[in-house]
Design a protein around this ligand. Structure first.
Ligand code: ZN
Length: 213
């Protein structure tokens, strides 16, 4: 018998599905009048699969325990102490902030100009001109390209290594040529960053950061 807690979303759908978030929360989606005992039956039948996901997620999360507990914070791919202070600033020894909310504006004030400079240089170098470059706040994405050719980047990117930042910039610049994720799009990305597949995998392990601040 399973003893996990789970959330249920009932909608006008015909099928039953179950997903697990990176934080190990189970979400069941099912038709409006689907009986509870059948949900439990279904989860029981998926127990091995769920256990596997849980332990994988837990291993990933434990690497970042200090980050999730707000004891440390990533800056350019390196962990630094997160120190609560009466002023907001960043040094090589740590990130000093008044509170969690202040992290965003401190990071933007400290890193946005330098980051946008890198974006502009890459745009010139690869001959992929954009209409404008902007820093934004997203909860589930690293960047975005709109139909007018504006590129938007999540400020949380400043926490990642220069190599991963560069991949996200290249990814969004490539959307100026292909507004989709077609094979052609990925081939263009590959032509600028041959190692993009492994960088992309590493980027995925940092997705939790977009929901943490
Ligand atoms: Zn994309």
């Amino acid at each position: 018998m399973i003893n996990y807690s789970y959330d249920v979303i009932r909608t006008r759908r015909r099928s039953l599905s179950v997903s697990v978030s990176p934080e190990n929360k189970i979400m069941v989606r099912c038709p409006l009048k689907f009986p509870d005992y059948k949900i439990i039956e279904f989860l029981n039948s998926k127990k091995d699969w769920l256990d596997k996901i849980f332990s994988k997620n837990a291993a990933k999360l434990s690497i970042n325990d200090s980050i999730i507990n707000y004891c440390e914070i990533y800056v350019g791919g390196k962990k630094l102490p997160l120190i609560f202070s009466n002023k907001n600033f960043v040094t090589a020894e740590g990130v000093y902030v008044k509170n969690i909310k202040a992290i965003k504006r401190t990071f933007i004030a400290t890193f946005a100009d330098g980051f946008l400079e890198i974006v502009k240089n890459l745009s010139k170098q690869l001959n992929l001109p954009a209409k404008g470059f902007f820093i934004k706040s997203y909860k589930s994405r690293w960047g975005c390209c709109d139909k007018n050719g504006n590129l938007f980047f999540n400020w949380v990117l400043f926490m990642l290594s220069p190599e991963i930042q560069r991949y996200v910039i290249i990814h969004e610049l490539a959307h100026l040529v292909y507004f989709n994720h077609s094979d052609k799009f990925w081939r263009l990305v590959e032509s600028y960053e041959p190692d993009y597949k492994s960088i992309r995998k590493r980027l995925k392990t940092f997705d939790f950061l977009t929901r943490l601040y």
